[in-house]
Design a protein around this ligand. Structure first.
Ligand SMILES: [Ca+2]
Ligand SMILES: [Ca+2]
Length: 129
């Protein structure tokens, strides 16, 4: 994305009239090289691609049938770094991921089981975990 903003400064007639013409106009072209795309209201994380059908299995890297916070964090951060998912800009990534985790951890025991995972996934099948 690229946008151009022009700012005009009118230089008024001063004592140095012989140096600066009476109505000089300075034009500044400011280019926005990067504009971070926001997320829809209320979303902290969205997928750019299709969500893996084996999300739970992929997250559970040590295969103990539970997703621990570290596995969850690693997975989300990997999606973000690979461009598969996006975290809301302007927020602390770790806090977002913490929130996502506790949201998913229905009984609050610090790990997500497959049942908890599916329960939540059924409620928000598309954009949210
Ligand atoms: Ca695990
Ligand atoms: Ca749990």
């Amino acid at each position: 994305m690229c946008a151009s903003v022009s700012v005009f400064f009118l230089v008024r007639n001063t004592e140095k009239t012989d140096e600066v013409p009476g109505s000089a106009v300075l034009v500044f072209d400011i280019e926005l090289v990067e504009l971070e795309e926001g997320l829809p209201e209320g979303y902290m994380f969205i997928w750019n691609d299709d969500v893996s059908p084996d999300l739970f299995t992929e997250m559970d890297t040590d295969k103990n049938a539970e997703v621990e916070p570290s596995e969850f964090t690693d997975y989300i951060m990997r999606q973000v770094s690979e461009g598969k998912g996006r975290l809301a800009p302007g927020f602390d990534a770790n806090r977002i991921i913490d929130n996502m985790f506790s949201n998913q951890d229905r009984d609050g025991d610090g790990k997500i089981t497959e049942a908890e995972f599916r329960l939540k996934a059924d409620e928000a099948p598309h954009d949210e975990l």
